[in-house]
Each structure stands twice: as C-alpha cells, then as structure tokens.
Design a protein around this ligand. Sequence first.
Ligand SMILES: Cc1cc2nc3c(=O)[nH]c(=O)nc-3n(C[C@H](O)[C@H](O)[C@H](O)COP(=O)(O)O)c2cc1C
Length: 417
Amino acid sequence: MAEKRIVLRNCGVVDPQDIESYLKAGGFKAYEKARRMKPRAIVEEVKRSGLTGRGGAGFSCGLKWEMALNARGGQKYLICNADEGEVGAFKDKYILSRDPFGLIEGMLIAGLAIGAPQAYIYLRNEYHSLNSLLGSAIEQARAKGYLKETDIQLFEGAGAYVCGEESALMNSIEGQRGESRYKPPYPAARGLWNMPTIINNVETLMNVPHIINKGAGWFSDMGTGRSKGTRVFSVSGDVSRPGVYELEMGSPLKELVVDLAGAGEIKAIQIGGASGNIIPGYMTDTPLSHETFLGSGAVVVFNPTRDIIDIVYSDMRFLNEESCGKCTPCREGTEVMLEILGRLKQGEGRDRDVNTLEELARVMAAASLCGLGQAAAVPVLDSLRYFYNEYIDRIGQSHFLRSYLGGELTKSKEGIR
Ligand SMILES: Cc1cc2nc3c(=O)[nH]c(=O)nc-3n(C[C@H](O)[C@H](O)[C@H](O)COP(=O)(O)O)c2cc1C
C-alpha cells in the first residue's frame, strides 16, 4: 500500500531555505484565495472539511476557530504548537525542517480566519537547530509582504514535556511556570494574556492550505466517519525502515508498521507516546483513526524480546519526571505507579499491586488537571488488559523468590544457632 502524501507533499520537493522554490510549487495560492474570502467563509470551509486536531485530542479545527472568531473584545492570538515532546514523536520535526513555508501559509490562513494580528510558533528547545531555518522562512515571508495581517514570531521553549499542553504552553510564553491551567475557560475564549487564542498542532495547520485550494468536499472524501484526511506518523522501535509516513485515515495499522516500516514479528505496539495505547501484535488489522488509536502519531514497535513491564515502567518514569506537580492525582499517582512498576520489574511484586494500579488509574483519569495525568495510566491499563499474564508471572516469581530467600535465611539463622 502506498502512502498518500498531502501534508508531506512538498517535503523533499521544495527547498526549505528558499521561498521562491515554494512559490514555484504553487505556494501561497491558498493564502491569496483566503484573502479574498470572508473570515467566516474560511472557518465554514475548514469546519465542513472535518479537519480535526493532530496534536492528540482530535477536536474539530473549524469549531475551535469559530469559537475564537465569535469571541468578543481584545486582541486575538494564534499559536502553532511545535513542542513535540511525546516519546517517539518526530513527524513535526520532519515537516518543520522540510516545508516551513507550508506551515507559515497554514498559519496565515488561520490568522485571517480568526482575525489574529499576532501568531507564535512555539518550538521545543530540543529543536533549537531548526531555529535559524524557521527564522529565515519567517523573514522571507515578511519580505514578500505576506505577514501584513498576521505577524509571526518564533518562541523557543525551555525543555518541558508538559509545555506541549496548550495551557502550560501559554504560561510558558507569558514567562510563568510551565503548569497547566484550570479549564474552563478554554483558550479560544481566554488564552494567552487572557485573550482569545487558537492553538493548533503543526500538522493540523499544514492541512489548511490544501483544504482552501481544493475544497472541503475533496478533504472530507478521505478517511472515516470522524477522521477525515490523512495522518502523518513517526514509526520507530523494532522496524527495519523507521521514519515518517503519511497514510489516509482509516488505513490498517499493518500497512504502516509492516508494509511501510518493515516490522517483523511483533509483540506489542505503542501508539501515541508514553501515555499512548499499548496493543498486542495480533491487532494490526485495526484501522488508524480517532475512533480507535491515534494520539500524537508516534508509533513504537516492540518485538517478542521486549518486556512489557519494562516498557510500561519506562513510560511511567518519563511521565513522573515530567509531571508539573500542580495537581495531586498526577504528582502522587505517577509516583506511586512508578514505585509499584519498579517493584514488579525487580521481581518484588505484591498480590494487591494489580488492583492498586487499576484503582489509581481510575482516580488519575477522573481527577487530574490535564491530559498528562489523565492519560498516564493508559499504558498501564492496556498492558493489564492484553498482557495480564506477564504481571501475574512477575508476582508469582516474587512469591517464589520471597519464599526461597526467606527459607534460605531461616536455614542460615538456624545454622548460626
Ligand atoms: C502533556 C501534554 C503534552 C502535549 N504536547 C503536545 C505537543 O507537543 N504538540 C501538540 O500539538 N499538542 C500537544 N498536546 C495537545 C495540546 O494540549 C493541544 O490539544 C493541541 O496543541 C491542540 O492542537 P490541535 O487541535 O491542532 O491538535 C499535549 C497535551 C498534553 C496533555
């Protein structure tokens, strides 16, 4: 099965350092068209296309824009979320480094739609090497006069995963601690400096010029009921051809990991990063869509030599380290989960550990302030669902080790006596 390259169409084709190359490939035609449209007509077109956010939550892009367009008073802001801190995610980096003008065009159309005179690209600190390329692309677009309605500024983060979460990201731009905010109010109503703000992922915005050029109907003809268009994935782990691939929404997971990325025997696949779903290798017929699994587009493949509890432990170590600590369920929940998983990993599991993990998962999902804590238990619950025996084996081993070592100790004590 071949890829369907829409978002990635210009990657490797245009010169990311030269705006003339992008213009020759038909660049900024969608922006010119959008300038002749009323903001509401742009929003309607994007709404009808069914474009959903590619940053994880999958919310309707058009609906979000409509909220910002309707929001009253004050300056409006647009932010492109290029934080991409999710484990195993590198598709935004691929896009940013190969088609920065495509992103700028998408941002300018979004700026016209919601009426934002100021936009930011929030670039993760670890992508500092892209700073000058993006800065030069912005300057070239400015020199051509494209930034008159919406100016674009580059903002580099300080290296915190939680700052990819939209409200923590806004705190970071404002110079405050990178912690999530209580919601509502949502950013479209009160965001950056309490003004209506739209935050969209890189890939979401990359789709916009194509929708304006080719129409909502063309876009919504691709994909499934709730998942329109294509999706860009970064695939890594136990595969022979790791990389970035774009497929139509609804394509089976097998096409991505086996046909394109070259996976052999698969034990498990994690989709969506450290807090993403973990599914067994026999489920590769599952279609990739919002209705099943998608998340941030990070896909990591594990072969049969991998240990599931080790994988989940590593996920939790990352989430625990990156929890901002503002809310108790996430701060304490990831701590206790890490402790239990560490115990299981060491062969020191206890009978009640599985129940405690399940109870913690329920509380964290219901009571955490943001998606970090809410989703932290997803890999734990999935691994319990699909790889339950591995947990039971570990607890069984612990019993064996305890009774064996306990017995040895008793014997040696007796020996001393
Ligand atoms: C802990 C955490 C990290 C996140 N990191 C990112 C990220 O790096 N990039 C991103 O686009 N969205 C990220 N998100 C999702 C954003 O909060 C937000 O939903 C997204 O930027 C909205 O854009 P979209 O509607 O285009 O998907 C993260 C969410 C959470 C909870």
